[in-house]
Design a protein around this ligand. Structure first.
Ligand code: FES
Ligand SMILES: [Fe+2]
Length: 317
């Protein structure tokens, strides 16, 4: 396939998603890769196709001592640079194709073999200062092209429909909208109805949501949406990640960080990750049920940001 937005930086994993010395397969822009993390926390990536007879390396196994991956078909072994490891030494040349990675903190970024057209955003490092990492959630492969998945993350009005049940949102106001090239910032004021005691029993997390609260968004086109929700008991940072797997599939996962009382956080962690996963699930149902896109005949307030993002996408050359 022709790569989506060639030269864009893609966040393909957080280190917490990789088990030590276990192969992890990802698909980016139509190509499969195998990633593995060693015990030192170094991460390697090769094209998933074995250069011998094209078996998937991700079905093989990692050798911790030699830091190599072994193909499941004829047990040939390759190091992190793609060199064939035989008779206790690596070949002079790389035979398997390696994927260049950029590690920033615990985040694994790549340009997917394309020349960089945008720097790796600093938004996660910057916004997560003073926060602790809670976990990764909502890891899904979504049926739908990249643009459809991108647009739903820039669409505020879907909260009232798609997410009506969980957060009981009555109204959303957008303030301080600032678009600067590939970075967009805005504040979103959420006005919601109270949850019933039965809903609070099922999900105690809803108890920390006041009737009015603020989400501060920072978008880093095209791969990240970050938002800090401010509540009386602390702050929650969500980093929604998307990247194109194939023409019709988009990968998403969300990193969650929080700044709050550690005991409260330990109690609410499970509900926090579960609620974010539920939001992602609702988005996926919405995107996967869409009919093919047509020019909209109706305009809603605060849709400019969505069209701004679409313009960035279409003008990418
Ligand atoms: S196909 Fe990989 S070793 Fe033969
Ligand atoms: Fe959503």
């Amino acid at each position: 396939m022709h790569p989506v937005l060639p030269g864009a930086p893609w966040l393909i994993a957080h280190k917490s998603m990789l088990s030590v010395n276990r192969p992890h397969k990802i698909t980016l822009n139509g190509r499969d890769y195998v990633l593995w993390k060693n015990s030192k926390g170094e991460v390697f990536a090769l094209d998933n196709t074995c250069p011998h007879m094209q078996a998937p390396l991700s079905e093989g196994w990692v050798c911790a001592e030699r830091n190599t991956i072994t193909c499941p078909f004829h047990a040939l072994e390759f190091d992190g640079e793609g060199r064939l490891y035989r008779d206790r030494k690596p070949s002079a040349e790389a035979l398997a194709h390696s994927l260049e990675l950029n590690l920033v903190g615990d985040c694994v970024w790549t340009y997917g073999g394309c020349e960089s057209r945008l720097p790796i955003p600093d938004v996660i490092e910057r916004r997560s200062q003073g926060f602790r990492f809670v976990g990764m959630t909502g890891h899904q492969s979504v049926w739908g092209d990249f643009l459809s998945n991108l647009l739903i993350s820039y669409d505020y009005n879907h909260f009232k429909g798609t997410h009506r049940e969980l957060f009981k949102i009555q109204a959303i106001e957008i303030h301080n909208y600032e678009a600067n090239d590939y970075k967009i910032k805005l504040d979103q004021k959420i006005i919601r109805q109270r949850n019933s005691s039965q809903e609070l029993l099922i999900n105690p997390l809803l108890g920390i949501f006041p009737q009015i609260y603020l989400n501060r968004f920072e978008y880093s086109f095209p791969s990240l949406v970050t938002l800090i929700g401010e509540f009386p008991v602390g702050k929650v940072l969500q980093v929604l990640v998307i990247y194109p797997e194939t023409e019709n599939r988009t990968k998403t996962f969300t990193l969650v960080y929080a700044q709050s009382n550690p005991i409260l956080l330990a109690v609410l962690k499970k509900f926090l990750l579960r609620s974010v996963a539920e939001l992602v699930r609702q988005d996926i149902v919405a995107v996967e049920n869409l009919y093919p896109r047509q020019p909209p005949k109706i305009k809603l307030p605060d849709e400019e940001i969505m069209f701004y993002a679409e313009k960035l996408y279409r003008n990418w050359r």
